[in-house]
Design a protein around this ligand. Sequence first.
Ligand SMILES: Nc1nc2c(ncn2[C@@H]2O[C@H](COP(=O)(O)OP(=O)(O)OP(=O)(O)O)[C@@H](O)[C@H]2O)c(=O)[nH]1
Length: 370
Amino acid sequence: MSPAGLSRLLFGADPKLRRMLSYWGATATLYSAFIVMLLNVGNRHLIERQAVLGLAVYGACGMAATYLLVRFGSRLGLTPTVLAALQGVFGISCNMYAYSIAGPLRGATLMGLMVVVVFCTFALRPRQTLVLAAAGLACMGLTMWWHQARDPVHYPPAVEAVTFAIMAACSLTVTLLTGEMTKLRARLKAQKEELMKAVETIRTLATIDELTALANRRHMNEVLAQEERRHVHGAGAPDRASCIALLDIDFFKQINDRHGHAAGDEVLRGFAAAARTELRANDVLARWGGEEFLLLLPDTGEAAAKSVVERISARVGRLLVDGVTEERGISFSAGLTARRGAEALADTVNRADKALYQAKSSGRDRVVVA
Ligand SMILES: Nc1nc2c(ncn2[C@@H]2O[C@H](COP(=O)(O)OP(=O)(O)OP(=O)(O)O)[C@@H](O)[C@H]2O)c(=O)[nH]1
């Protein structure tokens, strides 16, 4: 099996699961280091080696069980909160075990409680972390109380009481601070989401013409540049050039003057909607300026392109716009041309512009092919 396959088998493919298992890995490493240190001390007869081995077995079984729970928890319907709580409870029990066998070193084992709390903040809400920390304190308090009642010589009650008070103060402070951190993380996440939405809106506004919802001139220039690159890399159909048409609504000033600017806007919207219905998915129509539109028809021969523009013309001729009663109807003139060889598309656009000028000067409502 490849290393990637093994990693997928052990840690799954879901990034959330992989993150949870990486936290599990960090705690497992910490437990192992801690047990190795205790074994080392055990070798020097400061604490019972047999008891440390018992803790090692308990820790290893618990870590294996928590790994399986996290790895396959979603199939068992266990939420991240339940998994974190289970790991927290296991961590507390390890702490109680370690405190009970660590003899003169037992004070050092109390640090483990803070680590349990800090790890759980990644999955628990501040209040849940507080409950877990309180449960941890209660369990440790009971363990200390039981030892001082059973063996007051080795566990002097005053020492145990002071140790507990210091641990309670530290644990509470850590819990409150991690709670603040959790709130901060939640706020950052919300801000990030808002920012993503704003970026999406800006991206839309930068590419779309607000009035007609067509591509705007800026975006069309990018599309033209892409089209040039596509042909340079040989992705375009070699036997069919792309065509460019410039479409300009006729007597638009008159429509504005007679029926008002709002009605003129309505005509622009109607024109855009009508034209769009006649286009294929990869044709691009953009508002080039005012009442002028640029149409790019990739991999389309001149004859096919002309029939597309004529179909648009027929549809626009049937347009009914509220408040606009033009006897001659709504029409446009168009200049159409095919790209010649590898010429710059700016040159193709210029030729289409000249053809449009001819269409206007020869009576309007027609397509001139250059
Ligand atoms: N309502 C509206 N009018 C606009 C908009 N942009 C440009 N115009 C108007 O469009 C008109 C264009 O007028 P002209 O360039 O003389 O063109 P025309 O009247 O269509 O004449 P021909 O093109 O020669 O047929 C101007 O009056 C502009 O103010 C817009 O977004 N909304």
